[in-house]
Ligand binder design. Sequence first.
Ligand code: NAP
Ligand code: G4F
Length: 326
Amino acid sequence: MKRALITGITGQDGAYLSQLLLGKGYEVFGVIRRSSHRGVEDHRLRWLGIADRVTLLDGDLADLSSLVRIVKEVQPDEVYNLAAQSFVASSWRQPILTANITAIGVTHMLEALRAEKPDARFYQASSSEMYGLIQEEMQSETTPFYPRSPYAVAKLYGHWITVNYRESFGMHASSGILFNHESPLRGVEFVTRKVTDGVARIKLGLATELRLGNVDAKRDWGHARDYVKAMWLMLQQETPDDYVVATGRTTTVRDMCRIAFEHAGLDIERHLVIDPAFYRPAEVDVLLGNPAKAHRALGWQPETSLEQMIVEMVEADLARLRETTR
Ligand code: NAP
Ligand code: G4F
């Protein structure tokens, strides 16, 4: 039985990846941060019905000693480094924390592996945010980076240190440059979930408006359930490498919103309010990924359209809110 260690197991991708790996017969271990609210951190794993099937170990990406202890204990075959301060907007308010976790935390994880399990295969959760002010209309593995937020700068460090450990120490370390991916398990601060939760609230009479920032921004959105398959495929390759994972289609925030409002039978013009409070100090106007290498080398294809995903998210939010307001 293969053993996988996931940092960020309590996040969106960690939950879907755990589900995928359990289905493949892996023994799944995850790093969980100590919290005074113990009992709620595993809500995504519970939503998927897998909380009892994974082993959670106390640790933190900021604490190298905890990672060394965990790697020594678990002796993983594969390590997926998904933990991060992952919300771009927060990264201007907490730039140093973002650097400590999202950048230096990657080196902590790599160092723990180098010391305790150097032959483990390593996946780094890199991001399309690294392209920022885009240098090519469609971004691929060879497009130059131009990060536009403290988050993206930190992710760029994480990406290059992964490449560097691969080249310096021969580690099987791969970097997945994933474009935006969402699901009913997305954090409610991210725009798709904010929209589907907001639309569900309006539909149920719990709110009258939805306040958003720059609705002209464009993103290449896919489903997290599809994207975690690409992570796993990367670690099954003989040779480690870097891959863009995207759909190859870009949509404005406004058009993504329209899908949600229309599905709920609501008029977007009556409820959407533009609020400059949600504008960012520097924006990433458009992202559009070229997943040709992932198609060719990994045989990976996205299976869920943006429309299907937004409908799934609205329905999940309606069900959740009906349950909690009963
Ligand atoms: P997420 O839902 O925000 O999950 C982040 C996870 O990191 C959570 O489990 C969180 O734990 C954990 N974490 C944060 N700080 C930590 C620390 N100091 N020590 C240990 N764990 C810590 O993010 P996601 O959407 O699943 O994304 C997974 C990864 O992919 C992230 O690295 C993100 O930056 C990257 N990424 C995401 C996307 C996307 O569109 N979703 C695209 C490209 C790259 P708590 O539950 O305790 O908060
Ligand atoms: O949903 P977002 O907050 O995601 P963003 O900034 O693209 O970052 C996400 O995807 C990255 C991959 O490219 C990940 F690396 C990162 O961890 C995260 O998962 O915002 C998307 C767009 C932005 O242009 C933002 O300005 O939506 C725009 N937007 C407009 N109004 C809003 C809002 N975003 C949020 N969160 N909230 C708003 O009210």
